[in-house]
Write a protein that binds this ligand. Structure first.
Ligand SMILES: Cc1cc2nc3c(=O)[nH]c(=O)nc-3n(C[C@H](O)[C@H](O)[C@H](O)COP(=O)(O)O)c2cc1C
Length: 219
């Protein structure tokens, strides 16, 4: 075994930065999530807005990838992407998704499950307009998730779009925009010594229900 693999295998460091007492059961999970998100930002946890989203396709094959959460609204979490990408094709077949945040500098993990739908067009327009021009061109040029023969093909597509919109504003492509995840499950995980971690879970049968069932789970 390579030395670093052995070192990591033997790393049994404890988690000791915090705890979750039963008081949090009274909180609104979206507000608690927002509070943890802010704390991750204030503590300079890497990229606190990076989240892993998992989707399931029609063969029931799950797949995961990282995206950036760009908006957090009363209805849920929003990220932006290509609507013809693999992830959105999956969502169209099965809108149930799972999201994961891991903020190592706080020894915290948040698991969220919910239903994904297209975000309102105005939100996507606003966000697209705020992006750097190069990213706007990139959104037009990349047929996300499709196979290409070479890097050159992508660069040529980029150059062609650059030329097409020379001297003018770049509109949002019709196949690009926000995805809103409406949560029906949150799990807040705080690492504790001796692997006796705290896990507090909020669950409801569907996103439109008002009350959450709150439980503590074994680590
Ligand atoms: C840190 C990081 C952030 C990313 N953010 C986004 C994003 O916000 N939107 C997006 O479509 N892809 C993002 N990506 C790329 C995705 O991980 C993925 O490669 C891409 O969306 C295609 O996924 P799909 O083929 O499963 O649809 C990001 C990747 C990384 C590593």
């Amino acid at each position: 075994m390579e030395e670093f693999i052995a070192k990591l295998r033997d790393d049994h460091s404890d988690f000791s930065q915090g705890s979750l007492d039963d008081q949090v059961k009274k909180e609104d999970p979206l507000k608690l999530f927002q509070k943890w998100y802010k704390e991750a930002y204030e503590k300079n946890c890497g990229e606190p807005h990076a989240m892993v989203i998992s989707t399931v396709d029609k063969q029931l094959q799950p797949s995961s990838r990282t995206v950036y959460m760009k908006d957090l609204v009363e209805e849920g979490l929003i990220f932006y992407t290509n609507y013809e990408s693999k992830k959105v094709k999956d969502i169209r077949v099965n809108p149930r998704v799972s999201v994961l945040f891991y903020w190592d500098c706080l020894e915290r993990q948040v698991r969220i499950q919910g239903t994904a739908i297209e975000a309102p067009a105005e939100m996507s327009d606003d966000y697209f307009a705020s992006r750097p021009r190069a990213s706007q061109i990139g959104a037009w040029a990349s047929r996300q998730s499709e196979i290409i023969q070479s890097r050159e093909e992508l660069e040529q597509a980029y150059a062609a779009i650059e030329k097409r919109f020379e001297g003018s504003n770049i509109p949002r492509p019709p196949y690009w925009g926000g995805i809103l995840i409406q949560p029906n499950y949150f799990e807040f995980w705080q690492g504790r010594p001796g692997r006796l971690h705290d896990r507090i879970c909020f669950e409801k049968a569907n996103p439109t229900e008002l009350t959450w069932q709150v439980t503590r789970k074994n680590p």
